[in-house]
Write a protein that binds this ligand. Structure first.
Ligand code: ZN
Length: 317
């Protein structure tokens, strides 16, 4: 998840009956064709109702929920591998010459470095925690493990297409990096596309995935205006291919059934100068979604869905 405890965007929860959700999805041009096809052949039941809250409220109560403090200066000189180092296998294929930065959300070790990750960094619009622990399933499968696993699968798929793939972290550093550094790694790599991988921590009954797009922000060190349109294109393509490959429905608790949400409170997006989106692959706190997220077969599909969206974006640009 991408919502540290007390500093989430307080957009009111929105829920729609399933029929309304699908109708709204149909209004999104091009983005969710796969979803419409999926609907036509029949989706497994995922009806839920009742009050929804933004995921942060659950995270605060979870055993591995958000915590707060960290020191960005401490990122220098640690024993981590250089996060921007290019992956070894790349160089031929349709994405030859393209660079994709993959940001596995959080870090499995953040939970042991709360002081560091709770320090504040400047995200342009305000100051925010360096990083968060992320959420977990009720059984304890950590979001940070999920994000690394999907990211590694995604790297393999993109490299098969010839892309150069760089990670912001690969389970090779003691904590973090901070969200501003996560953005900087993509910027410094002059990435053609960047994606931050997450899973959400919303209340049980909230299901499905959503892609988070950068809002137009021009404040302090943040200026997303040059990347808003390209990021929306990237995100819409990923939403469409994710639906088609995984069969998962767009989130029923955010985005009005489009599988898309736009935010201005995420440092990883605010500070990006390259096309970038986040994806919340599902809700770890919902038992049905958790069954998917903990399945290696499903995670491969998730990586495939994301990869196809990125490939489509890079071919179309
Ligand atoms: Zn997350």
């Amino acid at each position: 998840m991408s919502y540290p405890g007390p500093h989430f965007d307080s957009t009111p929860p929105r829920r729609r009956p399933r029929a309304r959700t699908v109708a709204l999805a149909a209004l999104v041009p091009g983005a969710l064709l796969g979803w419409l096809v999926y609907e036509a052949v029949g989706a497994p039941g995922s009806g839920t109702d009742g009050a929804a809250a933004r995921p942060s409220s659950t995270a605060a109560a979870s055993p591995t929920g958000s915590t707060d403090p960290a020191s960005p200066s401490a990122t220098a000189g640690d024993d981590a591998k250089k996060p921007g180092a290019p992956s070894p296998a790349s160089g031929s294929g349709p994405l030859k010459g393209k660079t994709v930065v993959v940001d596995p959300g959080h870090n499995p070790e953040n939970v042991r470095h709360t002081a560091e990750i709770n320090s504040k960094v400047d995200i342009g619009t305000n100051w925010k925690e360096c990083d968060t622990t992320g959420t977990s399933t009720d059984a304890g499968y950590a979001e940070a493990r999920f994000t690394l696993d999907v990211a590694r699968r995604l790297r393999t798929l993109l490299e098969e297409q010839g892309a150069t793939v760089r990670f912001t972290q690969d389970g090779d550093r003691p904590w973090g990096p901070c969200v501003d550094e996560r953005a900087r790694i993509g910027n410094d790599a002059h990435a053609d596309a960047a994606i931050s991988i997450h899973a959400d921590g919303a209340p049980a009954g909230d299901r499905g995935f959503h892609v988070i797009l950068p809002a137009s922000v021009h404040s302090g060190s943040a200026d997303t205006r040059p990347i808003v349109a390209a990021s929306a294109d990237l995100g819409e393509r990923i939403a469409g291919t994710f639906v088609r490959v995984t069969g998962s429905a767009p989130a029923n608790y955010v985005g009005d059934g489009t599988g898309l949400d736009t935010r201005k409170d995420l440092g990883g997006l605010n500070l990006s100068t390259v096309p970038k989106v986040f994806i919340e692959c599902g809700n770890m706190r919902d038992s049905k979604d958790a069954a998917l997220l903990t399945s290696s077969g499903w995670r491969q599909k998730a990586a495939q869905g994301i990869s196809e969206g990125i490939v489509s974006f890079l071919h179309g640009s």
